[in-house]
Design a protein around this ligand. Structure first.
Ligand SMILES: N[C@@H](CCC(=O)N[C@@H](CS)C(=O)NCC(=O)O)C(=O)O
Length: 207
């Protein structure tokens, strides 16, 4: 598979990490181009009118975003390591896991932006609490959904596990004080298995 595929992204974004893990699992070669979307001279708008990463630039120069569209495209590119079931209920379940995990990340990022981008006197605690409530109920739903199964979708590793692993990794990275391991031992077990995979090891956010 060609190195002419480019991925615009950062080393800290959990959505970019999800795409990089999928690339690694599927053995798709690509060029990672670091893009700081918050820098005044960012060129991200030339590729993604929404100004966000990840953004995939294909061989013919066409752009694909957001991360959920990118991973679906990548999964269809090669039969190696299928990560999304082909159709039906199982496919909807895996995509719902992804929506749940991404939704937890969305809420974490909204809470973090409120805390880091606004002066303390302009911050809304009500807004932060609203987002952290979603994190709470979202992570609980992950734990309930996983139960005693080896993987989120049952017996096979899938995009569901990748998305959940990225959300848990982002919790550790930016919200280390939230003790999700203490509350949900099944998620801790899943996370240990995921964290040992080369695709996860190689995409860990910088310390
Ligand atoms: N739903 C999008 C979310 C992407 C996203 O919000 N990325 C963040 C980086 S973690 C970003 O680029 N933020 C810049 C902004 O919101 O202006 C996806 O899954 O790709």
């Amino acid at each position: 598979m060609s190195k002419n595929i480019r991925l615009l992204g950062s080393l800290t974004s959990p959505y970019v990490r999800k795409v990089r893990i999928v690339m690694a699992e599927k053995r798709i070669d690509y060029q990672l181009e670091l893009e700081d979307v918050w820098a005044p001279d960012t060129r991200i708008l030339e590729s993604n009118p929404l100004g966000k990463v990840p953004c995939l630039i294909m061989e013919d120069g066409g752009a694909v975003f957001d991360s959920r569209v990118i991973v679906e495209y990548l999964d269809g590119m090669t039969p190696v390591a299928k990560l999304i079931p082909p159709s039906g209920r199982e496919r909807a379940e895996v995509r719902t896991w992804e929506a749940l995990a991404d939704g937890v990340v969305d809420a974490l990022i909204l809470a973090r932006l409120e805390q880091t981008q606004r002066p303390p006197e302009q911050q809304s605690q009500k807004w932060i609490d609203r987002q952290l409530q979603k994190v709470d109920t979202g992570v609980r739903a992950m734990s309930l959904g996983l139960g005693e199964k080896p993987w989120c979708n049952g017996h096979a590793y899938s995009l569901a596990d990748i998305a959940v692993g990225c959300a848990l990794g982002y919790l550790d990275f930016r919200f280390a004080h939230i003790d999700w391991r203490g509350q949900y031992s099944n998620l801790a077990r899943l996370n240990e298995k995921l964290a040992a995979r080369p695709s996860f090891v190689d995409t860990q956010p910088p310390k």
